[in-house]
Ligand binder design. Structure first.
Ligand code: MF3
Ligand code: CO
Ligand code: CO
Length: 274
């Protein structure tokens, strides 16, 4: 297993890519409302990346081994869709929940982040799933510091999600990121504390838990990309790109429009290394 370590100069590049990815979500936020199609969101995002930011949308034509090339510039996963939903011409409707996942490339560096959006007025159950999944991501991020292990991150997320009666998707995970979209290590969102790779300064990876309201089992649709819950229960996901620093972590995908960081995170300033 080879995990690339990023230098201070590399991190400067990744900080820019990460912020730009988050700013695409900021730009899209006002457009996520009943009646808009995910294809329109894709076009807005694509144009913003290429024309305003000078970034490259990493998903477009991305084709990992065993996959056909991804046809769009962003991923939009609605309701029981877990991840990798392909934008299409179906309008969003009141009460939908949608994950928008943005990955940009700037000067060769990738930034990868996603948020949940509630279209119009969401049900209490939908709002609870989205909020809890956001907290689950931060529970994992809080574990990031030199000497901790990847299993600590997964365990924190899993225990938090399952104690609320939700389930953690096992087949997809966070990932190292840098010059490549998906690098080592794999960052599982479940596991046992004190296991797996030890974290060292310079590692950069994503934390991106997928949490289901029902059972954890998933299946892939015939388009070769879209993942849905087998029981058709709602699924939520949030994602940040995170660097391991000398003393803790730095979140690279924050922007002016990032949602408030939970109190249980800001109450632990020692872990914030920015
Ligand atoms: N952005 C996703 C991730 O978080 C990967 C999407 S691959 C794509 O890892 F091809 F569907 F875009
Ligand atoms: Co990712
Ligand atoms: Co992503």
């Amino acid at each position: 297993m080879t995990i690339s370590l990023k230098s201070a100069e590399d991190l400067a590049g990744m900080r820019i890519a990460g912020r730009l990815a988050a700013e695409v979500l900021d730009m899209l936020t006002a457009h996520v409302k009943p009646g808009v199609t995910t294809e329109e969101l894709d076009r807005l995002a694509h144009d913003h990346m290429v024309t305003v930011q000078g970034t490259v949308p990493a998903p477009l034509n991305y084709a990992p081994p065993g996959y056909r090339p991804y046809p769009k510039s962003i991923c939009t996963s609605i309701n029981h869709q877990v991840c990798h939903g392909i934008p299409n011409d179906r309008p969003l409707k009141n009460g939908d929940i949608v994950n928008i996942d943005i990955t940009v490339i700037k000067d060769g560096w990738h930034g990868d982040t996603s948020r949940m959006f509630i279209v119009g007025e969401g049900s209490i159950a939908a709002k609870r799933l989205c909020a809890l999944t956001y907290e689950a991501m931060w529970k994992g991020i809080l574990k990031v510091k030199p000497g901790a292990r990847l299993g600590d991150i997964g365990h924190a997320i899993q225990t938090f999600a399952e104690s609320s009666g939700f389930s953690v998707v096992r087949e997809f995970c966070g990932h190292g990121i840098g010059h490549k979209f998906h690098e080592e290590p794999q960052v599982l969102h479940y596991g046992r504390p004190g296991t797996l790779e030890e974290l060292v300064p310079g590692m950069v990876f994503t934390v991106e838990p997928m949490i289901n309201a029902g059972r954890r089992e998933i299946r892939e649709l015939g388009d070769g990309w879209t993942i849905v819950t087998k029981d058709r229960s709602l699924s939520a996901q949030w994602e940040h790109t995170v660097a391991v620093t000398e003393t803790g972590y730095e979140v690279l995908t924050l922007s002016a429009g990032s949602p408030a960081i939970p109190d249980f995170v800001t109450a632990q300033p020692a872990a914030l290394a920015v």
